[in-house]
Design a protein around this ligand. Structure first.
Ligand SMILES: Nc1ncnc2c1ncn2[C@@H]1O[C@H](COP(=O)(O)OP(=O)(O)OP(=O)(O)O)[C@@H](O)[C@H]1O
Length: 339
């Protein structure tokens, strides 16, 4: 399916069977649209060998919000999400989804939640449509199989056996199954892993449409561009803890911007204006990098200096921190700080 096809065809029914506030008669926070839809306070998860993978995290996700959980490998994202999905019991802390304990009150939560695991594990001999129908048989109020496959761009592959699907197509099938029950809350564990660039963008568009229809989405991802483009808010995990959180803009704003340029032969870095003297030069002393929280002021000063001194700044590049830089910076600093 092309992006344009998707734009025309993917009209997503409102989550929860027709109301923005959500159907299903939930009680308490999140169940009636008042409080957070997903809530974790002091959440811990310890595995049977005694290893603590999640060490007391707090997070809330509001109705209709896309929340991204990021982190280094082994940070504890999947361990967290499995608890929120009700697939595992927390070792400590409090978790609520739509106002219910997702593990103990699974019967109340499960029909209102869609889950896309990292690995789906479908019977490989079944055809795509058969797989969706089989799943629909276990889902109350399921969408028609054709509609679910249309949403994820797999309609043309309905009669293909699952074992013949590509890795990216399997991810789409996973997503189709997660969407079958028109969930109010959608958990997506690395939804676009294995998708090509177009498939990834189609998935992003679909997730945005779901949000517009009122669905609350919590996703994990290793693609920082995905989080930057999709997430209303995000949290970065490292070794079982949340080490940064906020909107993508808030998380990046706390990190320094960067100015890079090369000085011509014969111009020493020591001649730079005083405020830029802390700049780092490479081994040749020519390529300079300035890290600053005062991007506009420092850039203006640099340009005025260059004009005054008649110095040409080759390859001049000035940019705010990207989420990727913020992420790498956070991972580096928390590593050195032994968090
Ligand atoms: N069943 C288990 N028993 C013991 N330790 C486990 C188990 N499952 C995961 N872990 C450990 O818990 C930690 C967190 O794993 P988890 O899969 O939650 O991380 P993640 O952030 O999702 O990682 P990735 O990005 O690599 O998928 C890792 O050190 C992992 O080895």
């Amino acid at each position: 399916m092309t992006s344009d096809d998707r734009a025309v065809r993917a009209t997503v029914p409102v989550a929860g069977g027709g109301t923005r506030a959500g159907a299903g008669g939930g009680t308490g926070a999140g169940g009636d649209g008042a409080g957070p839809v997903i809530e974790a306070a002091g959440l811990r998860r310890t595995y049977s060998g005694g290893f603590e993978a999640v060490s007391g995290i707090d997070l809330t996700v509001a109705r209709g919000e896309i929340f991204a959980l990021l982190g280094t490998n082994g940070a504890g994202k999947t361990s967290t999400v499995e608890v929120l999905e009700g697939l595992a019991r927390p070792s400590g802390g409090r978790v609520r989804v739509l106002g219910h304990d997702p593990y103990r009150e699974r019967v109340a939560v499960r029909p209102r939640v869609g889950v896309m695991l990292q690995e789906g594990g479908f019977p490989s001999e079944l055809k795509v449509r058969e797989t969706v129908r089989m799943w629909a048989g276990c889902t109350s109020g399921a969408r028609p199989a054709g509609e679910a496959l249309e949403l994820v761009g797999l309609a043309a592959r309905s009669e293909v056996r699952v074992k013949q699907l590509s890795g990216g197509e399997r991810r789409r099938l996973d997503l189709a199954l997660a969407l079958l029950g028109r969930p109010e809350v959608l958990f997506l564990d690395e939804p676009s892993t294995g998708l090509d660039a177009e498939g990834r963008r189609d998935t992003w568009r679909l997730v945005r449409e779901l949000r517009a229809a009122g669905t609350t989405v919590l996703l994990t991802t290793h693609y920082l561009e995905e989080a930057e483009s999709l997430a209303d808010r995000l949290a970065i995990m490292h070794r079982g803890r949340i080490v940064a959180s906020g909107t993508p803009a808030e998380v990046t704003a706390a990190r320094p911007a960067r100015i890079r340029f090369a000085l011509p032969d014969g111009v020493d870095a020591a001649r730079l204006p005083l405020t830029l003297r802390a700049a780092r030069a490479d081994d040749t002393g020519r390529r300079i990098e300035v890290r600053t929280h005062r991007l506009q002021d420092d850039l203006a000063e640099l340009l005025l200096w260059a004009r005054r001194e008649n110095v040409r700044l080759d390859g001049l590049d000035a940019r705010s921190a990207s989420l990727e830089e913020a992420f790498l910076d956070i991972a580096r600093t928390t590593e050195t700080a032994g968090v």
